[in-house]
Design a protein around this ligand. Structure first.
Ligand SMILES: [Zn+2]
Length: 239
């Protein structure tokens, strides 16, 4: 009798867990009571790219290209906290070589309450990197050229991540011309100002990425890309 009651309660727990997980989609805030009962871990998952996600990515962030194929990529689901402390479901597509590193980094950032405002696929913005950056969207995979032009970005191989890009812009002075991306982020080129989303050298985000073998664009000298962390590994094909 007691045993069947326990099994019944366990089944009820599992059914309600599955119901709860399915209820919260990328971009949704997960209520704290749900996290208290079921734990945060159920929201951290890494998988091959689900078919509906492939459909959204095709011809948008993903194009037929030498050096990358679906099997090289992973779909991550994580939780992150915004500056108000809300726990939000985030999603990201990355190269399988860095998937476990990113899962560990985002788990640590979530547990520490490090603020990340938004984490959706660039396909939500039609693959438009500028629109994604303006919306302060944290993202990884997108087949495109580097801002300076002429070669493919490491985002094209899912080997680079942009964190809170609106507050951590790209900055370059070229032939007397100043380039700042995204537009409207001019004030954040000054790294002394205060913003909860600003990456500071030595902060938790910086330290975690460095520990996992990533380089930070804020350390570069020819130009600055404060949002950008890229893996020092090569991707799994012929990048
Ligand atoms: Zn980047």
């Amino acid at each position: 009798m007691k045993r069947s009651l326990l099994i019944g309660l366990w089944l009820l727990f599992m059914v309600s867990l599955a119901w709860g997980q399915g209820r919260y989609r990328p971009g949704d805030v997960v209520p704290e009571p749900f996290l208290k009962v079921y734990g945060f871990q159920v929201f951290f998952r890494s998988s091959s790219i689900p078919e509906p996600v492939k459909t959204k990515m095709e011809g948008c962030s993903y194009k037929e290209m030498a050096g990358i194929c679906w099997d090289d990529l992973r779909y991550l689901q994580v939780l992150h906290r915004d500056a108000d402390g809300n726990a939000i479901v985030g999603e990201m597509v990355c190269n399988s070589r860095i998937a476990e590193d990113l899962m560990e980094i985002f788990r640590s950032l979530f547990l520490a309450g490090y603020p990340i405002e938004r984490m959706r696929l660039v396909d939500v913005y039609g693959g438009d990197d500028e629109a994604s950056m303006r919306d302060n969207n944290t993202s990884c995979f997108n087949q495109r050229q580097i801002t300076a032009g002429g070669m493919l970005s490491r985002h094209s191989f899912g080997m680079a991540v942009d964190i809170n890009p609106r507050y951590n812009p790209y900055y370059q002075v070229k032939n007397g011309q100043t380039i700042i991306e995204p537009a409207g982020s001019e004030e954040f080129v000054d790294r002394e100002g205060q913003s909860p989303y600003k990456i500071k050298k030595g902060d938790l985000c910086y330290r975690l990425f460095r520990q996992h073998g990533f380089h930070w664009g804020g350390d570069w000298t020819r130009y600055k890309d404060y949002q950008h962390f890229e893996s020092s590994q090569t991707s799994n094909r012929y990048e």
